[in-house]
Design a protein around this ligand. Structure first.
Ligand SMILES: [Zn+2]
Length: 243
């Protein structure tokens, strides 16, 4: 039964991006970051501008039983707080939305990040029947007289009610809802999968999943946060400028 509770692979979106997914885990690192390809052909880490005022996030809990939505929201808020603690980035909760993340509509999301607990049939990510969630980022790239660069401009985390329902609520080691939320928020921050089962970014949730973010997850998140420095995003860049 535990083996059935698989986390689906990340992927999605910027077409260039997902070709790179997963390859770097072989390097022996306990974290993997996404690479954005720039116009010159060089690459840079795909990350949020950690100096933006706040990363605004909303939830769509329409797929979760109404009476349990406050508890689910609380778990998500705890997960966001844990990401903040490691990355130093500021997040601002902006309430609920009916927005359903789909492969083609992420640019028009009503917040920087939407966390959606929804019926997977209403979206078009490639879930399997064992999927627990799906998450990722979109980034913009630019080039011109002011140089070139990239910055993440959207993140999303989809949680699948039928899978989440089978897990113990809250945080802790092993098969917990909190670990799924942290895993998907890791994707929404820019982390990719790793091959180490000791990390939360291992693609499968197992009875041996760590209690929250493990050392490698923290190392990766640190490289995505304020310690990595501000990204100077030209004002002409808007969120339709995807690669
Ligand atoms: Zn994943």
């Amino acid at each position: 039964m535990l083996a059935l509770m698989l986390l689906s692979l990340v992927m999605i979106t910027p077409m260039l991006a997902w070709n790179l997914t997963g390859e770097k885990a072989a390097l022996g690192l306990n974290y993997t970051l996404r690479s954005a390809q720039l116009a010159s052909g060089s690459t840079t880490t795909a990350r949020w501008n950690p100096c933006q005022q706040a990363i605004v996030w909303r939830v769509n809990l329409s797929g979760w039983p109404a009476g349990q939505r406050p508890a689910m929201l609380k778990q998500i808020q705890t997960a966001v707080a844990r990401v903040t603690k490691v990355t130093g980035m500021k997040y601002r909760y902006a309430g609920t939305t009916t927005f359903i993340p789909r492969q083609e509509n992420l640019a028009s999301a009503p917040a920087d990040i939407v966390v959606a607990v929804i019926n997977p049939k209403t979206t078009n990510f490639s879930f399997s029947e064992n999927s627990l969630g799906y998450g990722g980022v979109l980034w913009a790239t630019w080039y011109g007289g002011d140089g070139e660069g990239a910055a993440v401009v959207r993140g999303y985390a989809v949680l699948i009610p039928s899978g989440m329902n089978k897990l113990k609520p809250g945080f802790g080691p092993g098969n917990r809802q909190g670990n799924v939320i942290l895993h998907e928020m890791g994707h929404a921050t820019g982390l990719d999968h790793v091959r180490s089962k000791a990390q939360q970014m291992f693609p499968d949730l197992t009875a041996k999943s760590p209690n929250g973010f493990a050392t490698g997850d923290v190392q990766g998140l640190t490289k995505l946060g304020t310690k990595a420095g501000c990204i100077s995003v030209p004002s002409r860049v808007n969120i339709t400028d995807y690669n």
